[in-house]
Design a protein around this ligand. Sequence first.
Ligand code: PXP
Length: 249
Amino acid sequence: MLKLGVNIDHVSTLRQARYATMLDSPNAEPDIVAAALAARTGGADSITMHVRGDRRHVQEEDVSRVKKACDLPINFEMASTAEMLEIALRLGPDFVCLVPENRQEITTEGGLDVAGQQESLRATVTTLRRGGGMVSMFIDPDEEQIRASAEIEADMIELHTGCFANLVGEDHVDEIERLVDGARLGHELGLQVNAGHGINYRNIGELFKVPHLLELNIGHSIVSRAITTGLEQAVREMAEAMQGYPGEA
Ligand code: PXP
């Protein structure tokens, strides 16, 4: 069965629109812990949070509060920097997903260049694995990046579905092919294959063409729907939409 990781960064984005500092105060709305628990009740299999270098949404304290209150695995997204490595080792998330980070970007815009920085990423992976968590690489569905991820002994890859979500026509069809080929290669190389970015209630069914996926990380579309339906219901509807995934096909 395809698992659902719910990314709750945008819950913090809304809170930080008011520059909250006391995160456990009733004025720090919306409450990230309540959001994680609602996602859990709606059927989330894990909770994803990204502490960015500029702290624009999730704060380190959010991760520790959610970890304490919610028994779902935490998928901690981070850039491969000394500061984030230290935070990850302190927080002890179940999974870490290494992502590229650029101050100007609105969201994570491209995959990590694993092939171009193998030695430094290998060191990060080794340290994180010693800390006990499984490590994922957020990469484009590109053969060189997938092979490099296996080479540095990552446990998982998360295939970037942003292009799949944004392209139309022939380009969209080609991108699905790239995801299919990427998932097959990752699986052959012994990597757990996840996917994320830009997945929504309309395009989810098309991802069923991509084999070997184990977990999808979805944030923006779920949190957006939650404004009208509530988060628990929005998560439940996405979990339902993910049922029937054929897996190996
Ligand atoms: N996976 C990764 C690595 C991401 O950086 C993000 C965005 O924070 C997501 C998944 C979720 O993307 P979206 O919010 O578009 O569903």
